[in-house]
Write a protein that binds this ligand. Structure first.
Ligand code: NAP
Length: 484
């Protein structure tokens, strides 16, 4: 059966294979950030529905775990096939609730799907070990087993991919799953649930609970002892809170938190490549990605040429509703986000930075922020310390390699970093010195299913994607056999 965009737009929670309203009958509003129009009323679930989903996931665990890896793999492959088959409908739903251009939304669906495909394959490769024993009458065997019920909390900036990146390895490993998407963007998660149902993934394996009160749902997910692991993507502040809430039941956690990526351009860089990388890394999703270039550090010899070229590229960007195919950059998620970005820009301007482009909320509407370039930025400014999460390129000038490394590492975050140079020894020196989980070298697009994505320091722990990604969803069991 082919599901239409209409039939993929679900507004009820998906619990134990059933589509349910909230017990209170309450609903919350989902709106299109480009127009402010309401696009759906979604079941406003709370602690009770969350508990129900957790209990369903717990009850289904023995059935799901007992499937062979091949069987789980096959179901994930079917889910992936349906995601690709419905790519356009999923992209349209994503753009309507999140705002990014349709082409970026379609890219996100393919990217999210690639994790389902990858982990469908990895399901068959969760190998154990034989270890040489200390005595000849013993055998040491290591097996890997599913952690159990996994809860996930995901943000609005990649409402499809952030969820797919967690659900796919969890299900591949034999875990069951309860998802709580952000209240701004529940429809993409519910559409994924509709396709999981269509793929034949058994009831109770993949559940989605939405609600306007994330703290209440979060309390249940973190305190309920049946949940054995919480996987979270979002801000560092909320991640710390959730991690604390998980301690009472000693849950495993994966934390994909905020970033403050340095983007370093050395004098010997290929300027064309650096500009292309900066545009892709800075303005994609209107600057609302955790691996966005946040601090653009440019060496003095190339600085003026870099700023001039960046200005030329930025002035070509078309901003507008993501549904318009001519548009390169959509709105921010809500008015408050635009205000917060503006506060960071005004802080920089008040401390001596210059706006080479943009620098204010656009006349297109309260959620649109003009693509902005700030030059003359310094570490005293908020744009050096904080995640900007908007289309603002903050440019800082430096003189030496040591100074660039010192500036880049001067943050509590450690997710992504980028640098551009054609000097081979510098590539090794700087690559090894940067205190970040992901380093793009002469490359601005670093995320794919084959590679381990994740941060160090206060950007979190755990890795998503790659052969390491499954590790977050398995327990290692050692069996000692005697009398042999
Ligand atoms: P956020 O406020 O932390 O929200 C993320 C998720 O947490 C949403 O589902 C939100 O639900 C939920 N939440 C908020 N408060 C909660 C609470 N007290 N208890 C339980 N759940 C709670 O982050 P955001 O502003 O939406 O997202 C942007 C952040 O995510 C940025 O810092 C970005 O860097 C980070 N991010 C990191 C990665 C990565 O891989 N490292 C990827 C993408 C984004 P509601 O929205 O419904 O309140």
């Amino acid at each position: 059966m082919t599901l239409t965009p209409h039939s993929l737009t679900r507004t009820q929670a998906y619990i134990n294979g059933q589509w349910l309203d909230a017990q209170s009958g309450l609903k919350f509003n989902v709106s299109n950030p480009a127009s402010g129009e309401s696009i759906a009323q979604v079941a406003d679930c709370g602690a009770e529905e969350t508990r129900q989903a957790i209990e369903a996931a717990e009850a289904t665990l023995p059935v799901w775990r007992a499937k062979t890896a091949q069987e789980r793999s096959e179901l994930l492959r079917r889910w992936h096939g349906l995601v690709l088959q419905h790519k356009d409908a999923l992209a349209s739903i994503l753009t309507s609730e999140q705002g990014k251009p349709l082409s970026e939304a379609a890219g996100e669906i393919a990217y999210g799907g690639s994790y389902i495909q990858w982990f469908a394959e990895e399901a068959k490769r969760i190998y154990g070990d034989m270890i040489p024993p200390p005595a000849n009458d013993k055998r040491i065997v290591v097996i890997k087993q599913a952690v159990g019920v996994v809860a996930s909390i995901t943000p609005w900036n990649f409402p499809n991919a952030m969820l797919a990146r967690k659900a796919a390895p969890a299900l591949a490993a034999g875990c069951t799953f309860v998802a709580k998407p952000a209240h701004e963007t529940p429809l993409s998660a519910l559409a994924l649930a509709a396709l999981s149902e269509e793929a034949g993934i058994p009831p109770g394996v993949f559940n989605v609970v939405c609600g306007s009160n994330s703290a209440v749902i979060g309390q249940e997910l973190t305190k309920n002892p049946l949940v054995r692991k919480l996987t979270f993507t979002g801000s560092t502040a909320v991640g710390k809170l959730l991690q604390e809430q998980c301690t009472a039941t000693v849950k495993k956690t994966s934390m994909e938190l905020g970033g403050n990526a340095p983007f370093i351009v050395f004098d010997d860089a290929d300027l064309n490549a650096a500009i292309a990388g900066a545009m892709a890394s800075k303005y994609r999703n209107a600057g609302q990605t955790c691996i966005c270039a946040n601090r653009i550090l440019v060496q003095s010899g190339i600085h003026d040429r870099f700023v001039e070229r960046l200005h030329t590229e930025v002035s070509r960007l078309q901003m507008g509703a993501g549904t318009d195919p001519a548009v390169d950059m959509g709105p921010l998620i809500h008015k408050q986000a635009a205000k917060e970005v503006d506060a960071i820009v005004q802080d920089a301007l008040s401390l001596g930075a210059q706006a080479n482009a943009g620098g204010k909320v656009s006349e297109l509407g309260p959620c649109f922020y003009e693509p902005t370039i700030l030059s003359g930025c310094t570490p005293a400014m908020r744009c050096f310390r904080e995640e900007i999460f908007g289309p603002v390129a903050a440019v800082f000038k430096f003189d030496t390699e040591a100074e660039a490394i010192e500036l880049a590492n001067n943050t509590e975050y450690g997710l992504a970093a980028y640098f551009y140079t054609l000097d081979h020894s510098r590539i090794w020196r700087v690559g090894e010195a940067l205190e970040f989980g992901i380093v793009g070298i002469n490359e601005g697009l670093v995320s794919n299913a084959m590679a381990p994505f994740g941060g160090v320091k206060q950007s979190g722990h755990g890795r998503e994607g790659s052969r390491y990604g499954i590790d977050d969803y398995i327990e290692i069991k050692y069996m000692c056999m005697g009398g042999i």
